[in-house]
Structure formats: structure tokens, C-alpha cells
Design a binder for this molecule. Structure first.
Ligand code: SF4
Ligand code: SF4
Length: 59
């Protein structure tokens, strides 16, 4: 089983997730932020800190 963390277009670019990610897996190079699932360790910090519930986990 592999999970994939995805940021949807609900993202309002608040930077909360970037600040709370322990492995710097999230980049703001795009209009909508992007999670690098090769780097992500699945801690869920970003989900907990997102004000718009923009981050989802796909199984
Ligand atoms: S789940 Fe944790 S490691 Fe993965 S992107 Fe979110 S904050 Fe970073
Ligand atoms: S915490 Fe949510 S709204 Fe804020 S930048 Fe991250 S994905 Fe976007």
C-alpha cells in the first residue's frame, strides 16, 4: 500500500504546511503548492495545520 499526499486547488498559499513539514517535502513553486511524495514521511502535520483542508491522502 502506498499513500500519496496531494494538495488540491482549495490551497490559499498560507505557508502553514511548509513551515510544519519536518522534511521540507512541500514546495511553493507552483500556484498551488506541491508535495513531493518521495520526501514525505506521512506525519500529517500539514493536514493538521491546513486551514482549508486542501491536503488529501490518496490510498
Ligand atoms: S505529511 Fe508530514 S512529511 Fe508529508 S508533506 Fe505533510 S508535513 Fe511533510
Ligand atoms: S496549509 Fe493548506 S492552504 Fe496553506 S499553503 Fe498548505 S495546502 Fe495551502
Amino acid at each position: 500500500m502506498s499513500e500519496e499526499y496531494v494538495i488540491t486547488d482549495e490551497c490559499v498559499a498560507c505557508d502553514n504546511c511548509i513551515e510544519e513539514c519536518p522534511v521540507e517535502a512541500i514546495s511553493d513553486e507552483e500556484e498551488i503548492y506541491v508535495i513531493d511524495n518521495e520526501e514525505c514521511v506521512g506525519c500529517d502535520n500539514c493536514i493538521d495545520e491546513c486551514p482549508t483542508e486542501a491536503i488529501i491522502v490518496k490510498e
